[in-house]
Design a protein around this ligand. Structure first.
Ligand code: ATP
Length: 429
């Protein structure tokens, strides 16, 4: 008898194995109990046939309740009508930990109930599939950046500076002084490019988002990348190739998971670089034609992002935004009218997933902006130093992990893409 996992079961055809996992579903008919067992690596049907087991084991097969942990021993058999599908013909069962009255059942539960039980909801099949895809997206990002010569630089979580505006800062008490949870590691990465050229970080960031949307969390994971001697065009090329790499890895490894999620893979299969590029003015003109009342001075709302891409197979980079609605650190065009930046809008209504820009590399200009934005020059002196000692044209971007995972999975609400979501009205469990 060999020990194995469900994902390896094909190597054990016609052998006796013991699987350790949880009972995720069951039904009975006369002399048969059909169990669905989950062991973390996958799901398998286990057949408990009265004539193959002792009376005690058959009774146990009847009594054990959903989500109990168990050890199941049996013969691995290939499904007679579905080659490549395996089931376990059970010989013995051991109850490891019982699970009376498991609260999540087959009936529909509302989102609040499920979020209150997130610690258990994570076991459900769709949630299981989403977290597996999240893991692949994370690995794909690391893989792509390592291949492109980026070095991972871990940026601090506790900071004295605002990066993305002061309205979404979480303030903490740092030994009687105010400090903030990071909104992005970008400013620190800008310092590190002078040491390493191409760098990235990947960690949790915090934004006190007061709006309740399906695209905003207050704690989410972001990968920031920063590149020395880089133009906006080169920056966008890296981004589109990164997205194509992520989609390729998800398609390679997760056909079954996408099926569980009822996610049509076709839109992901069609992704290829280059993506669509348009300026903010062009995007606004197209949106006005489509019926939106967005103005030339305004940011796109979620509905605008959906409207803009509804007839497109490829994501859209919106470049050259009015300078006043973008961050202080962004470089401007020669007429000082537009920020040299780009938001990447995913297709299928998944909205903005990347924000990036060319950074202001001139010391005096940056100092002026810091003052204009009423930020503390003292706190930003270290950042200004990066423009004093060997400044270079440079740029970078930040990709939101949860929005990317949501898009890959076809999951409309971002709260399902992170194990334990933090939102305006939720920080438990
Ligand atoms: P939005 O306008 O949608 O709030 P943003 O312009 O503030 O986003 P950036 O500061 O450019 O976003 O952040 C980079 C990326 O981080 C975004 O493109 C998105 O993928 C992700 N992101 C930003 N805010 C959130 C949030 N509150 N929850 C989840 N992901 C987010």
């Amino acid at each position: 008898m060999s020990k194995t996992t469900i994902s390896q079961i094909h190597d054990h055809k016609d052998q006796e194995v013991t699987l350790k996992g949880w009972l995720s579903n069951k039904r009975s008919s006369g002399k048969l109990h059909f169990w669905e067992l989950r062991d973390g690596s996958g799901f398998i049907q286990c057949i408990i046939y009265q004539d193959n087991v002792s009376a005690d084991v058959f009774e146990l097969g009847n009594k054990i309740t959903l989500e109990s942990s168990v050890e199941v021993t049996g013969m691995v058999a290939e499904h007679p009508k579905k080659p490549g599908n395996f089931e376990l013909q059970v010989k013995n069962l051991v109850l490891v930990g019982d699970s009376p009255d498991y609260p999540i059942g087959k009936k529909e539960h509302g989102p609040d109930f499920l979020l209150d039980h997130r610690h258990l909801w994570l076991r459900s099949k769709k949630q299981w599939a989403i977290q597996r895809i999240r893991n692949t997206v994370i690995n794909a990002i690391f893989e792509y950046l390592n291949n492109e010569g980026f070095i991972k630089i871990d940026t601090p979580i506790i900071t004295p500076n605002a990066c993305e505006g002061t309205t979404t800062l979480f303030e903490i008490d740092y030994f009687d002084n105010p400090a903030y949870l990071t909104q992005s590691g970008q400013l620190y990465l800008e310092a590190a490019i002078a040491a390493h050229g191409r760098v990235f970080d990947f960690g949790p960031v915090f934004r006190a988002e007061k709006s309740k949307t399906r695209r905003h969390l207050t704690e989410f994971w972001m990968m920031d990348a920063e590149m020395a001697f880089c133009t906006l065009e080169e920056n966008l090329e890296i981004q589109e190739n990164l997205i194509c790499h992520i989609a390729k890895k998800v398609l390679e490894k997760h056909r079954g998971d996408l099926e569980i999620l009822e996610r049509d893979p076709a839109p992901l299969e069609k992704l290829k670089a280059p993506f669509i590029h348009m300026t903010h003015s062009e995007a606004v003109a197209e949106l006005n034609k489509k019926g939106s009342d967005i103005k030339i001075t305004e940011d796109l709302g979620g509905d605008d992002e959906t409207l803009l891409t509804e007839d497109k197979d490829l994501p859209v980079f919106i470049t050259h935004w009015p300078k006043d609605i973008k961050s202080f650190y962004m470089k401007r065009d020669e007429n000082d009218k537009y920020a040299l930046c780009a938001d990447l809008i995913a297709i299928e209504g998944f909205g903005e997933i990347i924000g990036g820009s060319q950074r202001e590399d001139d010391y005096d200009e940056l100092l002026k902006r810091i003052k204009e934005h009423k930020l503390s020059v003292e706190d930003f002196q270290w950042y200004l130093d990066t423009r004093k000692y060997g400044s270079t044209p440079h740029g970078g971007f930040g990709i939101g992990l949860e929005r990317t995972v949501g898009w890959m999975c076809g999951t409309k609400h971002i709260r399902e893409t992170i194990p334990f979501p933090r939102m305006l009205n939720r920080m438990r469990p």
